[in-house]
Write a protein that binds this ligand. Structure first.
Ligand code: ADP
Length: 633
């Protein structure tokens, strides 16, 4: 019964309102989850993802302005320990002779051996030349102002410059990796900035440095690292031995003198490429910082709101996937979105040098998915339980219906048989009947025949439902079974002036249940006659083909519309035309024919063009294999 329009509309509106509410709830949930997850500090994971990006992208170029002078193990053995001030003075004179832009000492002077005379000599050489710089890591040195930054005598004339690196020890990732560097602290600029400014003035302005940010009162930026060993390096020992490189190699360059002795961890830094405590020499880190400034390619970290935006998008997608998408499709969408996000993150980093926060979005996906999936499972479970209950109910109803129909049919069989018996008695009676009486008697016989056929079909259907059909196999010639069926329908065909043509190939007998198979053939032949117009032909043929016996019944009847073809073997299906015509039928014939054929391990199929007749084909295997429909192919 259709609902009155007003009721129908109001329930539809209610459903829409509910759906909108659910949507609002989901978006709010995604929002809440994003905000919550965004509060979690994920610096360590974020830095790890940053390092990963640094490692997989191609190494950034070099400015070509920097050369390293490294005191390595060979230098140690040549000098029998740390090179002395005398040796340093000798090398420095060589270096200055090559006219470099600057000679930067990244060494701890208190560890250099040498007597007063040697110290004085070095101090003299180094102190006279403004290009010689001595780097100090101490922040305090930066703080105390120009005048007070100096080395103890006799080195007081040397230019002590601040060059602190910024390890992530107490802040950010807290993993001891050097990723940042200081540009300026309380007005004092680090030497990197000063040197860069000497080359091009605008490079020396902290505010102009790409990606510059304030942290704990200092202006900082990220170092754009190259892998260890990227910079050209000279060994201190080579210079000591007088194997100076050609002047052009060092001319105009920034030379950084540092330790690579593998003796003290202080001479090294952990970098994004490696967490080894000797991942990169301090001198090479300075070179990387200088190049970051000279090439203006420091990494820009995305502002917090960009990160929050991505977290929001990701959580919205995840919430939608968990609640609305089908599990497999959802996982696929989620995987694809994650890949897209990772790709966008990677692309922003290289080649554009943008560091988009990835830790929060990734965590959002996992948390959302793992926390919300159980909820989804509960909903799914409830739904499938409901479907199961409905299915059970339907099954019970179906059983009840079948039982009822079978019972009714059974009870109807006896009165019908009695009617048939009585009809026969009257027919055999010698008393003459009037024409109208004979016609009435014919109709009674015909109707009771139809009724009995219908009842038998129903009873067989009931047996199928109760799985009570058994095959009684015996060797039979299919041709003779078919001939028997055709004989039985001769009369019907004659009435409609239909010519039945029979073409039988000789066949060996096969194991079949003759009664069931006759019923199959009977149904096909009867349908062909029943649905065909007068003065047409029906071709019945048999042959053996590829280990199968093929039986065909082809007619010149009305054919079956294409949209009905897939349904004709369904129980109780009758075509629209058949229903509106006077042709009687239960809609069970083809269903039973298919079931019985499949019981024999065979198949029944139909080819039909609407308006041009139909051809039904039964294929039976020579050997019996299957006993139940479903295991045919
Ligand atoms: P029915 O008792 O209606 O004949 P069947 O199961 O035997 O039931 O057939 C199902 C439907 O298939 C029929 O209602 C009819 O529309 C169609 N059909 C079967 N055989 C033919 C045929 N030879 N020509 C045209 N239509 C057919």
């Amino acid at each position: 019964m259709a609902l009155p329009p007003s009721l129908d509309e109001s329930s539809q509106a209610g459903r829409n309102r509910r759906r909108t509410w659910i949507r609002v709830l989901r978006v709010s949930l995604a929002l809440a989850v994003s905000l919550l997850i965004f509060q979690i500090k994920l610096d360590y994971f974020e830095a790890w993802l940053y390092d990963l990006r640094v490692r997989v992208r191609p190494a950034p170029p070099l400015s070509g302005q920097i050369e390293l002078i490294l005191i390595d193990r060979e230098s140690l053995s040549l000098s029998k320990g740390n090179p002395s001030f005398r040796e340093h003075a000798q090398v420095l004179r060589q270096l200055l002779g090559a006219e470099p832009r600057a000679v930067v000492y990244d060494l701890r002077f208190d560890e250099i051996p040498g007597g007063d005379v040697e110290k004085m000599d070095f101090a003299e050489t180094a102190g006279q030349d403004p290009r010689v710089l001595v780097v100090t890591e101490e922040l305090l040195e930066m703080k105390e102002g120009e005048g007070r930054r100096s080395l103890p005598p006799p080195f007081e004339r040397l230019r002590l410059v601040p060059g602190p690196k910024s390890k992530d020890s107490n802040n950010f990732a807290r993993d001891g990796v050097t990723r940042r560097f200081l540009l300026e602290y309380e007005g004092v600029r680090a030497f990197h900035l000063q040197l860069a400014g000497d080359i091009r003035p605008e490079l020396g302005v902290p505010e102009m440095v790409r990606g510059q940010f304030d942290f704990l009162g200092a202006k900082q930026a990220y170092i754009n690292f190259r892998p260890t060993g990227s910079y050209p390096a000279l060994k201190f020992s080579e210079l000591l031995r007088g194997e100076a490189p050609p002047k052009e190699r060092l001319q105009g360059k920034i030379l950084i003198v540092g330790n690579d002795t593998h003796v003290s961890e202080k001479d090294y830094a952990q970098i994004p490429y490696s967490r080894s405590s000797v991942a990169m020499t301090s001198a090479e880190v300075h070179a990387n910082i200088l190049d970051t400034l000279l090439l203006e390619n420091s990494v820009i970290r995305s502002p917090w709101w960009v990160d929050l935006f991505f977290v929001l998008i990701v959580s919205l997608v995840t919430v939608w996937v968990v609640f609305a998408a089908k599990p497999a499709r959802g996982l696929l969408i989620l995987g694809a979105s994650l890949l897209v996000f990772i790709f966008v993150g990677g692309l922003a980093f290289w080649p554009f040098g943008f560091w988009i926060g990835m830790a929060h979005p990734l965590l959002t996906v996992f948390l959302c998915y793992y926390f919300l999936i159980p909820y989804r499972l509960i909903i799914e479970n409830r739904r499938s339980w409901e479907i199961y209950q409905k299915h059970k109910l339907l099954q019970q109803l179906e059983e009840l219906k079948t039982n009822f129909i079978s019972m009714m049919s059974h009870d109807l069989k006896t009165p019908v048989a009695r009617i048939q018996g009585m009809t026969e008695i009257i027919e055999k009676d010698t008393a003459p009947l009037s024409t109208s009486q004979r016609e009435a008697l014919d109709t009674i016989r015909q109707s009771s025949d139809d009724l009995l056929k219908f009842i038998n079909s129903i009873l067989q259907y009931g047996k199928i439902e109760a799985q009570q059909i058994q095959l009684h196999l015996q060797p039979k010639d299919i041709n003779s079974l078919m001939k028997e069926v055709v004989r039985k329908h001769d009369f019907l065909a004659k009435i409609k002036k239909i010519k039945v043509i029979e073409e039988y190939d000789p066949l060996f007998p096969i194991q079949v249940d003759p009664e069931l198979l006759k019923q199959v053939f009977s149904n096909l032949v009867e349908n062909a006659i029943k649905y065909s117009p007068e003065d047409t032909r029906i071709l019945i043929s048999t042959e053996e083909n590829n280990g199968l016996i093929e039986v065909q019944v082809a007619d010149q009847g009305p054919g079956i519309p294409a949209d009905e073809l897939p349904n004709i073997f369904m129980k109780f299906f009758r075509s629209k035309n058949a229903k509106s015509s006077p042709i009687k039928g239960s809609g069970l014939g083809l269903y039973l024919a298919q079931y019985f054929t499949e019981l024999h391990g065979g198949r029944v199929s139909v080819e039909s063009t609407y308006g041009q007749g139909s051809t039904f084909t039964v294929k039976l295997p020579l050997e019996q294999r299957s006993q139940r429909p479903g295991d045919l192919n």
